[in-house]
Write a protein that binds this ligand. Sequence first.
Ligand SMILES: [Fe+2]
Ligand SMILES: [Fe+2]
Length: 309
Amino acid sequence: MATLEVRRIPFEFGDDVPFVWNPRNVAFSTFMNVVSVYAVAFEQMIVAAVREAIPLIADDDVAQEAKDFLRQEAQHSACHRRHLKSLVCHYPGLQQTFDDVIASFEEITDTKPLNYRLAYIADLEATFTPFFKLLLDNEDVLFRTGDDRVSSLLLWHFVEEVEHRSSALVIYDAVVHDDWYRVRVLPSIARHLLAAARIVADGMNEHVPFAERGMNAHDIKPALSMRTALLSRIPGLKPATVPVQPALGEVPWRQKITSGVRVLLSQTPFHNPEKEPLPAFAEIWFERYRRGDDVAHWYGGLAARSGTT
Ligand SMILES: [Fe+2]
Ligand SMILES: [Fe+2]
């Protein structure tokens, strides 16, 4: 069983966090803003489902992991909520969008059986380690040039997702006892995730002026990113016909393909997250946290440290 630490990091966002928090990569900024919305809504659903599951778990160690897992997720949800609050300061219309996404996950909590919700959580969480490894392995190009507050929030969240990579499946296995059920409900889960993504993208397009958003929020979809990558390779094509640079445009294709394959494998019935390759960055993060460094300002803290040594 994993031993999880619940970390309360004092993230503060003020009221000046830009929508495009990493001007070097508009699409990645938008993509991660969408992740912030999902983090609040999905992780609120996790807390409700895992609370319901705990009394059904016979093994004390698994029950303890479930409690720590939900405490970590509750922290993620609360900190991302602070990030969203800062965006709402500038774009008040986004509040309705965020409320709509939260409501769409609350509807799952209210209408779907516990087994379905545990499968949803296990399926989605299983994708996180291979996908977040891709992001953390490219931390220098994706996060370093961004707003330190937002970058630090995301880095913390992603390393803790790697830390509790097995928890959702362990809980699912303890309650559901059907390795194939989570595969069978995958299409319905994917439909819900896509519907929620449409709500977020529509809301961002409606409530954030194009001049401050820099792209159609729908263009962060992987298929559209692929189209952009292909269009950008056609010699002589007018730049206006090529949408904004894809969020992961600077990430090597080999790594993207490996990550994509591992994400697909994570949905197979006997997937074991403990065997996943891990991002080296996670250990660096945990080491700095253990030393007491200011992980709420990861790069600022890094600059301060190198300035004093
Ligand atoms: Fe999380
Ligand atoms: Fe998680």
